[in-house]
Design a protein around this ligand. Sequence first.
Ligand code: PEP
Ligand code: MN
Length: 349
Amino acid sequence: MLVVMKHDATAADIDAVVGTIREMGYDARPMPGKQRVAIGLVGNDGKVNADRIEALNGVLEIIHVSQPYKQVSREWKEESTVVVLDNGTRIGAGDVAVMAGPCAVESEAQIIGIAHRLRDGGATILRGGAFKPRTSPYSFQGMGEEGLKLLARAREETGMAIVTEAIDSESLDLVAEYADIVQIGARNMQNFSLLRRAGRAGKPVLLKRGMAATIKDLLLSAEYLLAEGNGNVILCERGVRSFDTHTRNLLDLTAIPVVKSLSHLPIIADPSHGTGIRNKVIPMARASVAAGADGLMIEVHPDPERAMSDGAQSLYPDMFEEMMEQIAVIAHAIGRTLVPPLVPAGSAQ
Ligand code: PEP
Ligand code: MN
């Protein structure tokens, strides 16, 4: 339930509403907006006496949020959420943010080398898994904390922000120490205890859609993060399982406009896992930007043939550069631009 205050409501009016909600045994979340303040009532068990709140001074109206996800919905918050990172990258503000890097951190030379190349190509966020959720227990599982240290070094050298995955509660605390964005992968999208913990980690979270999750499931998982007080959530469409075997997954681009209408949270697309095939990544990256994605996550490896994971879907660095040129044109065509590069074009060192 949302209590919308009149534009001339005083601080005392707002305090009185918050106090009343708490007295009734619920949690109150004041949300200052551009026009007016709204106060969210969290924990509605269907027994709230709305008349008591509506009668208070300064209350304009009460909105009953019809969706099962509450704080994630646009009914709850009309203005789009913008996630702002320390290096100035804004996700959800209209510009297209690009996160790129190898599937996994493999060595210092690999991650530092590719980070420079990607930053010079216009990416502002570096991806790379240090903890890898692998289908087989015998596959490379990631470098662990050593990988996180290498990512931190790459950030120091390039100014890029870091996004990397936490696969369980032990890795989550460690990842949150190093990363600018904590990634929760498709396989963990409905790991509710991990989501709660991520909601308390104090870092923005990138939540990837599960391979068999509906859009509603995705939004309800995001609700766990917001319910813990973390509003800095970025959603990611990364493809769902389909009956067709031509691609690894089916990248559901309709999820982008659907999520944008249902939720205020930013949504990016991952055409690398979404297709699983290198030469399908650029066409679907272009399509994702055209569909209105707030950003892209792209796997790029300096030597994909020798990658320890997901080499078949990893772009060569020169392909990444070509993709950036193309998506800049597409973004422009729909009145958007790419997030400004960290290094102005032509001055790469
Ligand atoms: C990844 O980003 O490397 C990854 C494992 O993605 P997903 O969780 O979407 O499979
Ligand atoms: Mn991968």
